[in-house]
Design a protein around this ligand. Structure first.
Ligand code: CBH
Ligand code: ZN
Length: 396
């Protein structure tokens, strides 16, 4: 079967559903270490990575994104990384491509090779060294014949432009999404300006991923769309937000919330929140709709179910999930059977169930950090305990 490519699908007005979060999900399952968040599980636990791809495929994902987040050599080997990853970028990326392709072949999904922000950039080592990290990853993607490329999770537009420049050399379609919200990037460049610069750098699809909840992310997307329209630029839009609520997050997004990363569960989005998100994204004209951290397969299934008419199909896992809770008609209790309808779930205001829980929390509001450079200098001049007790050094 010859599959339609990404741009063919988007040109035809089709909705392309992305996948959800890998690092966070695999961390919970015991295959990824929180902190470095590196994807050596592709080599160490291929079945775990493959299983997660398959869950997303069954839930309607049209894209199997290689699990190559933070897989540049500088990140895998950097001194701040206590995990001591013993695999190279080539080994991890190779394995990731193979796993994504094997599962993509079980359906009509495409394989996207993904790259992300680098310690080299954050340490101020310049364009040449940063692009050398990107190139090593892209070479592996091209050898493995991925269908398109994604540059995601960039918080500085400058690094994103360098990434796009490296990716378009492959000749493959390029998607670009920044981990920013309505306040723009960490150098003070507005969300709108970031979108225009990503498109001018040559990206075919632009948008945001991670760091903010679906609705805050859509606010950022609205700003991007407005700026693109004003500049007369035609480009496809993508959005892959978090699966948690972040109305209280500031510029740095969920990283800056006191609950990050081990206390975020009370903020989880319901599948019904995802229906609303999918509809709003579609109505804004966004056609690449997926998720990032904390988005699980049932969230993606909700996106596919909400957009079933537009897509003309239901995801495979819909077999186990009737629309709007319809399966509850088969429940033993009459009051649960009474919930087998759209009105009930659309109007539910779920409680957190946590006595004395605060509705919102107070972000630390850390300023822009120099990333690993800071970490290294700091580590050299302090003990671990001091690092733990230091909270003010990088504050604004
Ligand atoms: O793993 C994935 O799903 C990737 N496609 C995106 C990961 S975004 C990861 C954010 C955590 C980063 C950090 O704390 O440094
Ligand atoms: Zn994420």
């Amino acid at each position: 079967m010859v599959k339609k490519g990404l741009l063919e699908r988007l040109n035809a007005g089709e909705v392309v559903i992305g996948d959800g979060g890998f690092v966070f999900e695999l961390e919970k399952r015991g295959y990824v270490k929180a902190g470095p968040w590196t994807p050596e599980a592709c080599v160490e636990f291929p079945e775990a990575v493959k299983g997660l791809h398959r869950e997303f495929l069954r839930s309607g994902s049209d894209v199997m994104q290689t699990f190559t987040f933070y897989a540049s050599d500088d990140k895998l080997n950097n001194r701040g990384n206590q995990a001591g990853v013993k695999f190279t970028c080539r080994q991890v990326n190779d394995a990731a491509c193979r796993l994504a392709r094997e599962v993509a072949n079980e359906g009509d999904a495409l394989v996207a090779g993904g790259i992300s922000q680098t310690p080299t950039y954050l340490s101020g080592l310049g364009k040449q060294k940063t692009q050398a990290e990107f190139k090593r990853q892209v070479d592996v993607f091209v050898e493995n014949k991925v269908d398109f490329l994604i540059a995601e999770y960039y918080e500085h537009i400058e690094e994103m432009e360098w990434a796009i420049e490296s990716l378009i050399e492959s000749g493959l379609p390029v998607c670009a999404s920044m981990c920013i919200g309505p306040e723009g990037d960490l150098h003070g460049v507005s969300a709108g300006e970031c979108a225009v610069r990503m498109a001018r750098a040559g990206a075919d699809v632009v948008g945001v991923n991670c760091h903010f909840d679906p609705f805050v992310s859509l606010d950022a997307m609205a700003l991007m769309k407005k700026a693109l329209d004003a500049a007369g630029i035609k480009v496809y839009l993508m959005v892959q937000p978090l699966g948690i609520w972040t109305p209280d997050a500031k510029k740095q997004g969920f990283i800056d919330l006191p609950e990050f990363p081990f206390g975020l569960e009370p903020r989880i989005m319901t599948r019904w929140d995802m229906h609303r998100y999918a509809r709003q994204a579609y109505d804004m004209g966004i056609r690449y709709i997926g998720g990032c951290c904390k988005i699980q397969s049932y969230h993606i299934r909700a996106v596919a179910e909400e957009l079933q008419k537009e897509r003309g199909k239901m995801p495979a896992s819909h077999d186990k999930h009737d629309m709007w809770g319809g399966g509850l008609m088969l429940h033993t209790k009459p009051w649960v059977r009474a919930r087998a309808n759209r009105e009930y779930w659309e109007n539910l205001n779920p409680s957190s169930g946590r006595p004395y829980s605060a509705a919102l929390s107070k972000p630390d509001e850390w300023g822009v950090t120099q990333g690993h450079q800071d970490l290294r200098q700091h580590a050299e001049s302090t003990t671990n305990d001091e690092i733990k007790s230091t909270t003010c050094k990088y504050k604004k």
